[in-house]
Design a protein around this ligand. Sequence first.
Ligand code: NAD
Length: 324
Amino acid sequence: MASPPHPNLELRPLGNTGLKLSCVGFGASPLGSVFGPVSEHDAISSVREAFDLGINFFDTSPYYGGTLSEKMLGKGLKALGVPRNEYIVSTKCGRYVEGFDFSAERVTKSIDESLARLQLDYVDILQCHDIEFGSLDQIVNETIPALQKLREAGKIRFIGITGLPLSVFTYVLDRVPPGTVDVILSYCHYSVNDSTLVDLLPYLKSKGVGVISASPLAMGLLTENGPPEWHPASAELKSACQAAAAFCKAKGKNISKLAMQYSLANKDISSVLVGMNSVRQVKENVYAATELATFGKDQETLSEVEAILSPVKNQTWPSGIQES
Ligand code: NAD
């Protein structure tokens, strides 16, 4: 793969945190072998490649691969051998392979376990993971206050919430004082096939909340290899994405690059968090960003792909106790 054209990977401010995140963020769920087996060697070299190419933001969770992702990311970061303030790490709490538990007691214990696995003294962002599976009132009244104590103790710097239904963000943010929740992480809602996050961006900006948008490849739907077995999309959505990928391939284009560039083009999104498990994927995704900065979007192919996906535009799937 050729080297990126020129500009360094863009850094973007994250809400009111003062942090500047690389516009491409490293999603570490694949390091938990969530999308297929990943060797320790590949995990460590992917983290190294990412850092060398300007990625400074790494996201994981105790849930990914049943703690394997945190352990692999910890090894990768340690192997960098650079000062701790040169990279930004987020992990999560409340979701575990054993199930959901957003109690103050569990999340307080959870951060110590995560820090041990990550081999770190603090994380930059701790996020309540997939809050639609818990009681949102517990998140507001119990979980977030527990995270505020962790912030005071210096174990975390900023507080975030994640989930699939966009309504969970407004529910929580309307009920906490400004500055309590610093960041939201939304996934599968700012992609070529589903861009519903765009409607929420002015509200989030007005609250001073930083926006991380994850899964620009719709958790594998927008890749030539297609999604993993467990992907929750309908058969209709899967087949439309497969048709779009095949169309791009026949045209000599790469659907994943197109999808990355679509998500990266909106600068109100601080970081586009893409899951990566190889040096090749890291190079491709960073190249997508630097190429976009230099040459702009491939509008012709994008319009063609949007037309293929129009029957399933903004189609999502149920998630959480209210929706299942
Ligand atoms: P994604 O859309 O980023 O897709 C990841 C898949 O695409 C993996 O199989 C990866 O190997 C593959 N891929 C990556 N780059 C590619 C390329 N250039 N060409 C072809 N295939 C490529 O989905 P994701 O990994 O689920 O999301 C990204 C990250 O966001 C996660 O790793 C995680 O850190 C975070 N995330 C958080 C939540 C949450 O908090 N609820 C939900 C989803 C994702």
